[in-house]
Design a protein around this ligand. Structure first.
Ligand SMILES: *Cc1c(COP(=O)(O)O)cnc(C)c1O
Length: 434
């Protein structure tokens, strides 16, 4: 099978012809797709199906306004696990981001600072309430918002900042919260990729005013589609619940007088999804241990390759590796060829993360949501506004989709050796790219 890994660059036994050039691929396996749905989830959903009550929500003020027994149990278990006062389930993290924008009171023309490297919903969330996304650049090591760049984006119109704990590493939250306090801004953590990561002793997602988790099928834990917004703030929690469940129909029955203009959506989670999510939450600690241990195992291998940077972990933080990001430091433009060579060896690898979000047609054309205020805004979305994010996308960053596969420890060593094999041919690859 796979021979033992030998240290010191590079094991001469691996310096065979690249698979790219017709040689035998270094890896002779297909990693198992990630799937942690098992007997527990089947039993829990069967019980819900037998009850006949697939959703417990009613859009009327009263007990059923807060959802059925599975939804309420999930929310209290989530709060207990993450040591947070309120957990409000949603039908996706996207809905959670939209609800968070409404909860903090974004109005037409308000500016919300967001990072360009993320999943698209991070940047569309402000638009839903007429807000204007303003892109600050990211840090070149952690790929999360750079506080200095955030500071430069703050204007009189800024109302909120969405920090993305990208790839499973927390954002630089302390300086960003400090800025927010000075300017009276709400800070939201998009923690879809970082469940269980830690920032200075706290859980990522639970550090800022609100945090959003995703339970879609590509994340560490899943229930098909789902999301959770967490907060320690009672007012924000109530607003999130109203937005989740037809606020406009409820405020009267609830006796609200100052929320009468609130429009709610249907962001409600079903009992089936909540039942699955409860089982999955129980599995999270074991999943995290495995993801982290295997990432550290791969890091040991990749550290030997001097033109690559392994994931950086900041002081008093943990990384939970939604993906395993790698920086390519060698003379350009050979990252894409290097990644192509790795893929030919059988390494599950992606050459580039999402294009900086402002480069999408939505921001280039500015026609979504009618004409006002997004289409008339003079906010700059041109190429060049976030040079670090653009460079990472164009030439420096690539990644292994760590939560898409269920690797064995032997496979991790195999991946390490495949990297070593390709690295030993770097000069050849560079001459070809030149
Ligand atoms: C997955 C993801 C989302 C959206 O999650 P859904 O539950 O699919 O809506 C938002 N932000 C980030 C950073 C994500 O990775």
């Amino acid at each position: 099978m796979i021979p033992p890994f030998h240290s010191s660059p590079y094991n001469p036994r691996l310096m065979t012809t690249l698979a790219l050039d017709g040689g035998t691929p270094a890896l002779n396996f297909n990693p198992k797709p990630w799937n942690t749905i098992g007997a527990e989830e089947i039993a829990a959903t069967t019980e819900v199906l037998q009850s006949g009550i697939l959703s417990g929500f009613v859009g009327v003020w009263g007990d059923a306004f807060h959802g059925g027994p599975q939804v309420q149990a999930l929310e209290s278990e989530w709060s207990h696990f993450f040591k947070i006062k309120h957990s409000i389930s949603m039908n996706s993290a996207t809905s959670g981001l939209y609800a968070a924008m409404g909860a903090c009171g974004i109005l037409p023309g308000d500016e919300v600072i967001v990072p360009p490297l993320s999943m698209s919903a991070t940047a569309t969330a402000p638009l839903v309430y007429g807000g204007i996304p303003v892109f600050a650049d990211v840090d070149s090591e952690t790929f999360t918002l750079n506080p200095d760049s955030v500071a430069k984006c703050i204007t009189k119109k800024t109302k909120a900042i969405i920090v993305v704990n990208l790839f499973g590493h927390p954002g630089d939250l302390d300086p960003i919260l400090k800025l927010a306090q000075a300017h009276n801004l709400t800070v939201i953590e998009d923690n879809a990729q970082g469940p269980g990561a830690k920032y200075h002793g706290k859980f990522a997602g639970c550090v800022a005013h609100m945090g959003i988790f995703s339970l879609n099928r590509h994340k560490h834990i899943q229930c098909g589609e789902g999301g959770i917004v967490v907060t320690n703030d009672d007012t924000l929690a109530m607003r999130l619940k109203l937005i989740r469940n037809h606020a406009e129909a409820v405020v009267e029955g609830k006796g609200e007088t100052n929320l009468t203009n609130m429009v709610g959506w249907n962001y409600r989670m079903t009992e089936l999804e909540a039942a699955v999510a409860r089982c999955q939450l129980k599995k999270l600690p074991r999943i995290l241990n495995n993801k982290i241990a295997q990432a550290e195992q791969l890091t040991k291998h990749l550290k030997k390759i001097e033109f690559l940077s392994v994931p950086v972990i900041k002081n008093d933080c943990t990384h939970v590796y939604y993906t395993y990001p790698i920086l390519y430091k060698s003379p350009r433009p050979t990252r894409d060829l290097f990644v192509k060579a790795l893929a030919a060896e059988g390494v599950p690898i992606v050459a580039r993360y999402n294009k900086p979000l402002y480069l999408a047609p939505l921001f280039q054309n500015r026609t979504a949501f009618g004409v006002y205020p997004f289409s008339l805004s003079s906010e700059d979305y041109s190429k060049g506004i976030c040079p670090v994010a653009e460079r990472l996308h164009e030439s420096d960053l690539f990644y292994i989709p760590w939560c898409s596969y269920d690797f064995t420890d032997e496979q991790i060593d195999g991946i390490g050796m495949a990297f070593e094999k390709v690295a030993s041919h770097l000069t050849l690859l560079q001459s070809r790219a030149a």
